[in-house]
Design a protein. Sequence first.
Length: 342
Amino acid sequence: MNTNFLRACKGEAVDHTPIWIMRQAGRYLPQYHDVRGKGTFLELCKNPERAAEVTIQPIDFLDVDAAILFSDILVTPEAMGMHLVFEEKRGPILPEPIRTKADVDKLIVPDPVDKLGYVMDTIRLLRKELEGRVPLIGFCGAPFTLATYMVEGGSSKNYFNTKNMMYSAPALYGAMMDKVTECCISYLQAQVEAGAQALQVFDSWAGVLAPCDFAEFALPYVKRIIDALKPFGVPLIYFANNGATLLDQSMTCGADVLGLDWRINIEDAVKIVGPDIALQGNLDPIALFLPEDKLEKRIARILDGAKGAKGHIFNLGHGIIPETDPAKAKFVVETVHRLSKR
């Protein structure tokens, strides 16, 4: 099996810098649409055979060094008892948002095998189909990011309802976050037991917080997740999107790897984080629209800037966008492999 990804997470020697791409199983690939057209997005997430198929598509096409489970971070709020729908132009909607103590009281901390067993079935299927190829990454949303969807009822421009709850009803916010955190812990533990070989915690909206609010209202819950998963022995990655100003705090969460967006030079991140934590990132997804010669120079700059890190996994600074030419994604993978070959 290609173990470069797992070795880089631990800071061990690698044959080349490993690369995988956030949202690598997705809408930029024509073959994804062939599978996606057979039902709704949630139906795809809940069908182990089809979810496994789209997970493997970028492994076949791109030759990336790791697979990431095809699912969605919002399956956990649904498992906690919330109604979830996906609308084509609006994205995820939770039509009955959490606003009161009664709403929080109704939330359950689910048995992940009972409520999210389809995810574990997908993982087990993938481990069989990926055997001897690349490792499989499992994931969940970070508690703060999940809370924004649960309180706002979907995406938001200013996160008023979430921040208002944090500031004016901190006990209510804390009670909700305790349940969300326990759900995340049991869900990730079940993923490892099913066969996930690494885990990533996605904090997509951490960057909307002031550093003092991140320290009080988000980071402690991430630490609880990391602490609970450490004994399982798999690499743990924490990705705080738009989190350059939070990096000095993120490095205290206990994760083996910190994901970076493109808003920080990776050499500056190396100086902040030091020699004990590996880094992942951090090419701007829109840089894939550069001419190939300029794109190669940008890739080389990131590879060079990461040389002082404990370990480095190349990735985009956020998910690949649907308009991307698949050939450009393949070019990125091939270029990272070629330039970094030991």
